[in-house]
Design a binder for this molecule. Structure first.
Ligand code: GLN
Length: 545
C-alpha cells in the first residue's frame, strides 16, 4: 500500500448531475496550486467496458486519453483543470471490474473458491483505486464514484470505500459527499432534509462523510450550515457551499473561499504546502469575464440537442476565446436541418463554421453542403475528424470534379472512395476499443496554417476513427491546391488538410479538442477563433463603409 499517498473519495447524493466532476477537479486544482501532485480517477457503475460504444445521447462525449482509453467526459474536465494527462487507469467501469474478475476465474486463479461481490469484486475495485497511488507519482488521488448513493449499481463501490477507509486510516483517506439543498420557492426556504437523508443512507452503508458539499442556488448562511453539520455528525466548517456559478472555471475560487482545501489539508494532515498560486487561473478568468470582442461560430453536428456530446469542443472555444479576449458564441446547428436551399440563410451571418466529429451517414450531405458554402464564401472553416473527411469529399466532388465520391463508411461501393477504411481496420469485427485510438505523431509542413498555429514541426494529437484520407488521391488533391500539411510519419497518413487560398480552411483527422486546457489553449482553436475575429472585423467594416 502506498503509505505516503492520500486518498479522497467523492460520492454524490440526492440527484445526479450536481457536478461531482467539477468539485473533484476544483479541489484537485487547489491542491495542485498548493504544490501537491494530484490525479483524479472516475469509477462508473455501468456494465459497458468503456463508454466507447455508447451513443453520445447516453452519457455525452467520449473523451480519449493519450494511451487510447475511451473514457467518461469528466476526465476531460480533470485534464482541462489540471493541465496534466489522464490514462486508462483513470476511468474504471463495473464492466471492466467484472471482466478482470471473470478472466481470473477462467484461469482458475481463485483456487476453487466461490467468486462473490464481496470480497472478489470489491478487492478488484480496491486494487484499481490503489493502482495510481502506488505509482509513487502522486501525493493525493481523488476517486470520484459515479452515480448516486442508494443506487443498486454503486453499492460495491461504496462498500469498497468503507473497507478502504478502514485499511488506510482516517489520516490517509477522506470522503466528500456532494448533495443538493433545494430552494422551495412557495415557502421561500432552502431545505436540508434531502441532504440529511442522503447522508443517512451513506451511513447505513457504514460510511461517515468528512465533508458535505451542498450544491445550492442561494447562499446557505450559517444557520443552514450548522443544521447540516448537526444532522450529519460533522463540524460547520466541514459543510461547504457550492453555489451555482456562471462558469465551471469559477468553482475552484469559490471552493477556496469556502476553505475546502484547508479542511482537506487539516484532516489528511498534509504538510509541506504553500499558499495557493492561482495567478494564472485568475488571469484566465479575468480575460474570460471581460472579453473585448465577440464572434459567432456555427457548430454543425448531429447530436447538438445534447451540448455534452461536444463538451471538449465547447470548452476548447472557451480557452481559445479567453486567450484572445473574445467571447465565442456557438450556434448549434443540426446537420440534418441543412439543405442546399437553406444553407445561405443558416450560415451567412457566421464568422466561422466547425463540423464536428461523428459516425454514420445521417446528416452527411448537409455537412458537405456547409463545407462548400464556407469554402466558396471565405468563411473560416475547421473540420474535426469527420469534419475533415467531409471537406475532402466536398473538394473531390466540387473542385476536382470527380463523380460518385464518398467515404466508404457511407457508400462502400462508391466509385471514388476518397476516404477509405484504414488497412489495419479491414478485418476488425468487434466495435469496442478497436478504432485508431490515442496519441500519434504528426509532422507539419512549414509555411502552412497548421505550422503557423503550432509554431513547430512535430506535434502529437489524439485520434478516434476507422477511416482515413485515401492516399491514392493525394497527388490529385495536392496538384489542384489542397495542401496536406500534417502527415503521420510511421504510416504516411494524412492528418491535416488545408486550403492556402482561403482565409482559414483547416481539417484535422485527429481531435485537437481533447488537448485544450485552461493553461494551454489549443493552437488550432486559437488560430480558428483568430480567423473568425478577422472575419467579424471585416463584416463590421463593410457595414460602416
Ligand atoms: N466516422 C469517421 C471514422 O471513423 C470519423 C470519426 C470521428 O469523427 N471521430 O473515421
Amino acid at each position: 500500500m502506498a503509505e505516503s499517498c492520500k486518498y479522497i473519495f467523492v460520492t454524490g447524493g440526492v440527484a445526479s448531475s450536481l457536478g461531482k466532476g467539477i468539485i473533484s477537479a476544483s479541489l484537485a486544482k487547489l491542491l495542485q496550486a498548493r504544490g501537491f501532485s494530484v490525479t483524479i480517477q472516475k469509477f462508473d457503475p455501468y456494465i459497458n467496458i468503456d463508454p466507447g460504444t455508447l451513443n453520445p445521447y447516453e452519457h455525452g462525449e467520449c473523451f480519449v486519453t493519450d494511451d487510447g482509453a475511451e473514457t467518461d467526459l469528466d476526465l476531460g474536465h480533470y485534464e482541462r483543470f489540471l493541465n496534466f494527462p489522464t490514462s486508462q487507469a483513470n476511468n474504471v467501469t463495473t464492466g471492466r471490474v467484472y471482466q478482470s474478475v471473470i478472466d481470473k476465474e477462467r484461469k482458475g486463479e481463485f483456487l476453487g473458491k466461490t467468486v462473490q461481490v464481496i470480497p472478489h469484486i470489491t478487492d478488484e475495485i480496491k486494487r484499481r483505486v490503489l493502482l495510481l497511488g502506488q505509482t509513487g507519482r502522486y501525493d493525493v488521488v481523488i476517486t470520484e464514484i459515479g452515480g448516486t448513493v442508494g443506487d443498486i449499481e454503486s453499492l460495491p463501490f461504496i462498500e469498497t470505500v468503507r473497507q478502504l477507509r478502514w485499511d488506510l486510516g482516517s489520516q490517509n483517506s477522506l470522503v466528500i459527499h456532494l448533495t443538493l439543498v433545494p430552494y422551495i420557492a412557495a415557502a421561500g426556504e432552502l431545505k436540508t432534509k434531502p441532504t440529511q437523508n442522503s447522508v443517512k443512507s451513506l451511513l447505513s452503508y457504514g460510511v461517515q462523510p468528512d465533508i458535505v458539499v451542498c450544491r445550492t442556488e442561494y447562499e446557505l448562511g450559517e444557520s443552514i450550515k450548522r443544521k447540516v453539520a448537526l444532522f450529519c455528525n460533522i463540524q460547520p466548517e466541514q459543510v461547504i457551499q457550492s453555489i451555482d456559478a456562471a462558469s465551471i472555471y469559477e468553482v475552484p475560487l469559490l471552493m477556496k473561499k469556502e476553505r475546502l482545501d484547508e479542511v482537506v489539508i487539516d484532516r489528511l494532515k498534509l504538510n509541506n504546502f504553500q499558499e495557493p498560486d492561482l495567478a494564472g487561473w485568475e488571469g484566465f478568468l479575468n480575460r474570460l469575464q471581460k472579453p473585448k470582442s465577440s464572434v459567432r461560430i456555427g457548430l454543425i453536428g448531429k447530436y447538438v440537442e445534447l451540448k455534452d456530446a461536444y463538451k471538449s469542443i465547447a470548452e476548447a472555444f472557451v480557452h481559445a476565446g479567453a486567450q484572445l479576449e473574445c467571447k465565442v458564441n456557438i450556434s448549434w446547428i443540426h446537420s440534418e436541418s441543412l439543405h442546399e436551399d437553406n444553407i445561405e440563410d443558416k450560415l451567412h451571418s457566421l464568422n466561422g463554421v466547425l463540423i464536428a466529429p461523428g459516425f454514420g451517414a445521417r446528416g452527411i450531405e448537409g455537412k458537405v453542403d456547409a463545407v462548400k458554402y464556407a469554402r466558396e464564401n471565405n468563411i473560416p472553416y475547421f473540420g474535426i475528424c469527420l469534419g475533415m473527411q467531409c471537406a475532402v469529399i466536398e473538394y473531390a466532388r466540387n473542385v476536382l470534379g470527380l463523380k460518385d465520391v464518398n467515404s466508404s463508411e457511407f457508400s462502400p461501393n462508391a466509385e471514388n472512395r476518397v476516404i477509405d477504411l484504414m488497412a489495419e481496420q479491414q478485418d476488425i469485427e468487434d466495435m469496442g476499443g478497436t478504432m485508431r485510438l490515442g496519441a500519434y505523431t504528426c509532422h507539419l509542413a512549414e509555411g502552412t496554417k497548421a505550422f503557423e498555429a503550432y509554431g513547430r514541426k512535430e506535434v502529437s494529437e489524439r485520434h478516434r476513427h476507422r477511416y482515413e484520407f485515401n492516399n491514392n488521391y493525394r497527388e490529385q488533391f495536392n496538384a489542384s491546391g489542397m495542401v496536406t500539411s500534417g502527415i503521420n510519419p510511421e504510416k504516411d497518413l494524412v492528418e491535416i488538410i488545408e486550403l492556402p487560398n482561403h482565409p482559414w480552411f483547416v481539417g484535422v483527422q485527429f481531435h485537437p479538442e481533447y488537448k485544450s486546457t485552461v493553461a494551454n489553449p489549443h493552437p488550432l482553436f486559437v488560430g480558428f477563433v483568430n480567423a473568425a475575429m478577422q472575419k467579424a472585423l471585416k463584416g463590421k467594416e463593410k457595414q460602416t463603409a
